[in-house]
Write a new protein. Structure first.
Length: 81
């Protein structure tokens, strides 16, 4: 998977919290934390834009399962504006 580097300025407290997640073993690197946060944000935005009908919990689980089985195109994500 091809990666592109970008810089992000974060408040000191957020960076400290990220470092705690790495130190505690939840993530291997700070980059992993940021990538996971971005993935979750994109997923939340995708789900929020859906017109759910009926049992929304069931529909969201189905969508999450479908999305988790797909490969994410990082170039597509990086081109989002």
């Amino acid at each position: 998977m091809s990666m592109v580097m970008t810089q992000v300025r974060l408040p000191k407290k957020i960076l400290q919290d990220i470092e705690l997640l790495v130190e505690s073993g939840f993530y291997e690197t700070k980059s992993d934390v940021v990538r996971d946060a971005v993935r979750r944000l994109l997923f939340d935005k995708q789900v929020a834009s859906l017109n759910l009908k009926g049992n929304s919990v069931k529909e969201v689980k189905k969508i999450r399962k479908e999305l988790s089985s797909k490969r994410i195109d990082l170039n597509k994500i990086n081109s989002l504006q």
